[in-house]
Design a protein around this ligand. Structure first.
Ligand code: NDP
Ligand code: 8X3
Length: 252
């Protein structure tokens, strides 16, 4: 994997950040994306002793900014081997009659449209180079629907469909496409979902051992480091204490 180049969206936190650190340990050069510039810079400083790091600050909702940012990638980083479509979040957890339209828009714009913009900006180059590996970060919420999860689940079901569609369209071009669908992972995810309500966010992970972002990073690295003839197409991973989105053993 040494000297491959990976672009990771949502690299400033959680799963994306853990993946960036693990990739750097394996000699994979990095293009790190997110909105929080200080975090991007900090990560760049930390990882630059191991690999080449380029940072791109953009809001994935803004189509023009996505395309400008990706166009601006210096030539040394232009041959992207691995795309990790990871940026995303839940916004709110409310029944459909009470949900905020702005939250629905955020989830569709970031989790679905943003993923498509980034892919559209990168995939044609992969097609040209007849190689590439795309990992779409879905969710158990893309495999089932849970109470009050309505639009977040819809956005992740869309990621599931896009993952399948990408694989159908791109496998003949030598591009591997696969999704990793995690259950409960303790990151900033619930802080964002509950808009900074730390008590509510912490309660999500109380009483059991949730996945850590490093657990998902391990699986992402395993997936991208399989031999060229192996494509992990769709993988669900949950904490051992979780059986479905709603069945979680919280008695530990
Ligand atoms: P975090 O909140 O820790 O990280 C989310 C990342 O997405 C941040 O780096 C953030 O960067 C980026 N992001 C969010 N909004 C935007 C935006 N508008 N433009 C650009 N980047 C954005 O959560 P996770 O690490 O948990 O989430 C990563 C992925 O994993 C998401 O797709 C999520 O749906 C998925 N997932 C998470 C699970 C969990 O339980 N935690 C389970 C299943 C799937 P910045 O704010 O700097 O822009
Ligand atoms: C994140 C996991 O269960 O909160 O996708 O939807 S969950």
């Amino acid at each position: 994997m040494k000297d491959k180049i990976a672009l990771i969206t949502g690299a400033t936190s959680g799963i994306g950040e853990a993946t960036a650190k693990l990739f750097a340990n394996h000699g994979i050069h990095l293009i790190l994306c997110g909105r929080r510039e200080e975090r991007l810079e900090k990560l760049k400083q930390e990882l630059s002793s191991k690999v080449k790091v380029h940072t791109l600050k953009f809001d994935i909702r803004n189509k023009e900014h996505v395309f400008e940012a990706i166009k601006s990638i210096p030539s040394a980083f232009k041959k992207i081997d691995i795309l990790i479509n990871n940026a995303g979040n839940a916004h709110g957890l409310s029944p459909i009659d009470k949900g905020e339209i702005s939250d629905w828009e955020a989830m569709i714009d970031i989790n679905v449209k943003g993923l498509l913009y980034v892919s559209k900006a990168i995939v044609p180059t992969m097609v040209g180079q007849k190689s590439g590996h795309i990992i779409n970060i879905g969710s158990t919420a893309g495999k089932e629907v849970y109470p009050n999860g309505n639009v977040y689940c819809a956005s992740k079901h869309a990621v599931d469909a896009i993952n399948q569609g990408m694989r159908i369209d791109l496998h003949a071009h030598g591009i591997r496409v696969g999704a990793i669908n995690p259950g409960l992972v303790e990151t900033e995810f619930s802080q964002v979902r509950f808009k900074g309500d730390t008590e509510k966010a912490d309660a999500v992970y109380k009483g059991f051992s949730p996945l850590k972002p490093e657990d998902i990073a391990d699986i992402i690295y395993f997936t991208v480091s399989r031999p060229a003839h192996v494509n992990i197409a769709d993988l669900i991973v949950m904490p051992s204490d979780q059986a479905t989105s709603t069945i979680v053993n919280k008695n530990n």
